[in-house]
Design a protein around this ligand. Structure first.
Ligand SMILES: [Fe+2]
Ligand SMILES: [Fe+2]
Length: 197
């Protein structure tokens, strides 16, 4: 049986990885591709994507992993220590990297084309870094967690990742503003990835 916390982690990874793939598609096609609908929209969508990544996973998803999941797993499965240390380093550098990326985007938007390659190169590196991070959690960490952690551990993790859900519902409660922002980005991102015209 999959624990609720694991289901939520995988769900959040899926949303984030859709966002990252969409971001790398935008970088690949550039602001002048016909489906983008103009430079202003291009920069608006990219800014919203980076803000989402900074505001939701960096502030919400990672702290729960770092503060609750990693320490329990380090005790229950000490062999995983090198992997946990790697993931923890990723969490620490990820927040700085996404801010840096926003800054590089603004340099391109406000200061001109000279600054475009720096943004594009770092965006590509960042997407690879983030997808690799989630893959490591999903393929190495979570399968061990499912075996090694106790029911008492899971009670704490399920509670933290799912919130105080209505007992009749498995729906997790979190600030709906993040979901609205996610929807807004998808609505404004050009097809085929988004729903924008
Ligand atoms: Fe993580
Ligand atoms: Fe994660």
């Amino acid at each position: 049986m999959t624990h609720d916390a694991v289901r939520v982690i995988r769900d959040e990874h899926a949303g984030l990885s859709a966002m990252l793939k969409s971001l790398s598609h935008m970088v690949r096609v550039g602001p002048d591709a016909p489906e983008i609908g103009g430079r202003d929209r291009y920069f608006d969508v990219l800014r919203a994507m980076l803000f989402y990544i900074d505001a939701f996973p960096e502030k919400n998803h990672h702290p729960k992993e770092s503060n609750l999941l990693f320490p329990r797993l380090a005790r229950a499965a000490p062999d995983l220590m090198p992997t946990i240390e790697q993931l923890e380093r990723d969490h620490m550098s990820g927040e700085m990297r996404v801010r840096e990326l926003m800054h590089l985007l603004m340099a391109w938007e406000y200061l001109g084309e000279l600054h475009r390659p720096a943004f594009e190169n770092e965006a590509v590196r960042y997407v690879v870094f983030y997808l690799d991070h989630m893959k490591l959690e999903e393929t190495v960490l979570l399968p061990v967690a499912e075996k090694a952690l106790t029911e008492a551990d899971w009670a704490v993790l399920d509670e933290a990742f799912c919130g105080h859900a209505d007992p009749l519902s498995t729906r997790r409660l979190r600030d709906p503003a993040y979901d609205r922002l996610f929807t807004r980005i998808v609505m404004h991102t050009p097809a085929p990835l988004g729903l924008g015209e």
